[in-house]
Design a protein around this ligand. Structure first.
Ligand code: PEP
Length: 252
């Protein structure tokens, strides 16, 4: 089975409603020709309903939430449940982004609970992981990634993994303008598949899409996507410009 190619845009805490509508319409108009690439937009929560309606019925276009609660419902002021996200037409949720791990101290147990919530509500999960600069400099990047993957993913049976996408995001490359070289990305993605193979077996490991994230842009996407184990990208800054985002989608 061929792995799905995916390009996802993480808008983070950017855009207001008007800007979000203009941006998504522009992407929708320009990106329809790249039919076999799954295009996922992760706008702020508030705009998910509107943007999901705009993209409704567009082949291989989906919206996703940047986070979800680890709880199903109840007295958790300010939180947003996976059920709420699914109910407005969203198909995906991001879990484990380094900004949430760092600024909101999300633990592995919370990430496991969030993935459970997402899967129970039929949302696909993009699970993010990656090493810090100090870990790479100390040559601990493989060990770090192995631990991040094993400690979370071992809690899920193989049967649940159809709805899982992985995103390797070296923290030193996120929002810094510094990108992993294609060699570094391929080396890590191949290693990720080895780790996945150890947890779930080779067949599953070969079927899961593994995206690269970290200052991926219109200039470097082609080389990164040409790597045999890179199945697409999770794009931050460059996803806020329709032209750049569409050039990235066109880079396969
Ligand atoms: C991200 O935050 O997931 C990301 C990859 O950001 P950027 O592309 O801006 O580095």
């Amino acid at each position: 089975m061929q792995r799905k190619k995916i390009v996802a845009g993480n808008w983070k805490m950017n855009t207001d409603l008007n800007e979000a509508i203009v941006l998504v319409n522009s992407i929708k108009q320009q990106a329809t020709k790249y039919k076999d690439v799954e295009k996922v937009i992760f706008p702020p929560y508030l705009f998910l309903t509107e943007l999901s309606e705009i993209l409704d019925g567009e082949a291989n276009f989906a919206t996703g939430a940047q986070n979800c609660s680890e709880h199903s419902k109840g007295a958790f002021t300010g939180e947003v449940s996976a059920n709420m996200i699914a109910s407005v037409g969203c198909a995906y949720v991001l879990v484990g982004h380094s900004e949430r791990r760092t600024y909101f101290n999300e633990s592995n147990n919370q990430l496991i609970a969030k993935i459970n919530q997402a899967l129970e509500n039929n949302l696909k999960v993009v699970f993010c992981f990656g090493e810090q600069l100090a870990e790479r400099k100390s040559n601990l990047h493989f060990e770090t990634v192995k631990q991040q993957l094993e400690e979370v993913l071992q809690h899920f049976p193989k049967e649940k993994l159809n709805d899982l996408v992985l995103a390797y995001e070296p923290v030193w490359a996120i929002g810094t303008g510094e990108t992993a070289t294609p060699q570094q990305a391929q080396e890590m993605h191949a290693y990720v598949r080895k780790v996945l193979s150890g947890i779930f077996g080779a067949e599953v490991a070969n079927q899961l899409s593994v995206l690269y994230g970290g200052s991926c842009n219109a200039q470097n996407a082609k080389e990164l996507f040409a790597c045999p184990d890179v199945d697409g990208g999770l794009i931050g800054g460059a996803s806020l410009k329709a032209d750049d985002f569409c050039k990235i989608i066109d880079s396969f």
